[in-house]
Design a protein around this ligand. Structure first.
Ligand SMILES: Nc1ncnc2c1ncn2[C@@H]1O[C@H](COP(=O)(O)OP(=O)(O)OP(=O)(O)O)[C@@H](O)[C@H]1O
Ligand SMILES: [Mg+2]
Length: 390
């Protein structure tokens, strides 16, 4: 098209009136096509940026501005990554455009006033006549999609309790085998009727009772994982509950070289909580955070009101959790620790669900992890809040 236009301009002085009119008609058709294309791109549910091969912006649709912070003016004089004001997304787009190898789309979390949104960002070259003519960058709001995926995975994992029974049966086999062997040894020892058999028998009995203990804890853990919880919620101040917990762990946290930062929002409504269960749940998250910072770090606990829910954010600067593992951490028996039960976060999940809440996790390997708990404000308090401004 460009070639055609420049040729037409060159020969313009030689054209007569009729030919010029024809040329304008052809161009008008082309412009219509382009307008149609722009309209289509504008009404896509995706954010789209098109750039030239030198990465200067040629076109940006409305959705981009809605989805993420971008420069509003002089876009045509700006390279794509300079127009994107979110540092991480900008760096990703720049790296992807300058290094053709890393073109896999990636998810980013943006904190907005109302909620955290997850954006999938992808970068593709625009190829025409076998050459890269420009860049195509797209943004998709995948917040609901990702939440739904995670919810499904968790539902599947809880529904797979029956399969879990198979692994429990397997766990039980070892101690049972060991008990049976030691009972046989005891029998033989008794049959031999030696004078010095007492110490052997005592040793066998010790082993048997240890194995019985192991069996017991397997069964207790299993029942805990599958049984519905019995909660007794009463109106409580979540900040006071957190304060008590903090006092409880303060010494241990200090010893571990961890700086504890509390950021409570003082104007929170009361919540209906089962004090003991909620304390245990928060303690599990705090213990995990501490375990993730063996060389010290920062543990931040903040509370705030957002979208009629009280939110508790527990952020650590620890090892983080890899993308592959983050979807598994709430599953029963998932652990990366030598002596971990893998039931800590299963318990947390159950407690939060029992309170009608939600739990989300955001983690970056090598940077840290943030757990966000969302708890509903009881109905009566909600009404009071709604009345407040009237
Ligand atoms: N804050 C965190 N930072 C890094 N990894 C974490 C964090 N929280 C949880 N994890 C990961 O999730 C896994 C599961 O946690 P969960 O609390 O369910 O079990 P656990 O801590 O391994 O065992 P237990 O709670 O019985 O001690 C952990 O083994 C760890 O790999
Ligand atoms: Mg744990």
């Amino acid at each position: 098209m460009r070639h055609f236009v420049s040729k037409a301009i060159e020969s313009l002085p030689k054209l007569d009136e009729g030919q010029i009119k024809n040329l304008i008609d052809v161009l008008a058709e082309e412009v219509k096509d382009i307008e149609l294309l722009e309209n289509v791109i504008s009404s896509l549910p995706y954010g789209v940026i098109v750039a030239r091969s030198d990465h200067y912006i040629q076109f940006m649709n409305r959705q981009v501005r809605r989805m993420l912070p971008v420069l509003q003016h002089s876009l045509e004089k700006t390279k794509v990554w300079e127009a994107i004001l979110d540092k991480e997304i900008s760096a990703f787009v720049k790296d992807s455009l300058l290094d053709a190898d890393s073109v896999k789309p990636r998810d980013f979390t943006l904190e907005t006033l109302n909620r955290d949104i997850t954006l999938a960002v992808g970068v593709m070259p625009v190829v025409s006549e076998g050459r890269i003519q420009g860049d195509f960058i797209y943004f998709e709001d995948v917040t609901d999609k990702r939440l739904e995926e995670a919810r499904l995975r968790r539902a599947e994992s809880l529904a797979s309790m029956t399969t879990m029974a198979a692994s429990v049966a397997h766990e039980i086999k070892n101690p049972l085998g060991s008990i049976s062997i030691h009972l046989q040894l005891m029998q033989k020892t008794l049959q031999a009727d030696r004078d010095d058999c007492r110490s052997d028998l005592e040793e066998y009995l010790t082993i048997i009772s240890e194995e019985v203990e192991r069996l017991n804890s397997i069964v207790v853990d299993y029942l805990f994982a599958v049984r519905p919880m019995d909660t007794h919620p009463v109106p409580m101040d979540i900040n006071a509950l957190i304060q008590e917990l903090v006092t409880f762990v303060q010494y241990e946290v200090q010893e571990a070289g961890i700086q504890l930062q509390e950021k409570p929002d003082s104007g929170l409504p009361m919540l209906n909580l089962d004090e003991n269960l909620m304390k245990q749940a928060l303690l599990n998250i705090i213990k995990n955070a501490m375990a993730a910072m063996p060389g010290g770090g920062t543990l931040e606990i903040s509370t705030f009101l957002k979208d009629n829910t009280v939110q508790i954010k527990i952020r650590d600067t620890g090892t983080g959790i890899s993308k592959e593992m983050v979807s598994k951490i709430f599953e029963p028996y998932f652990t990366t620790k030598e002596n971990g039960s893998g039931l800590g976060l299963t318990m947390v999940y159950k407690v939060i669900k029992e309170h009608g809440g939600e739990i989300r996790v955001h983690s970056r390997e090598g940077e840290g992890t943030t757990f966000t708990i969302l708890l509903p404000v009881p109905q009566t308090d909600k009404k009071l809040l709604a009345w407040d401004g009237e």
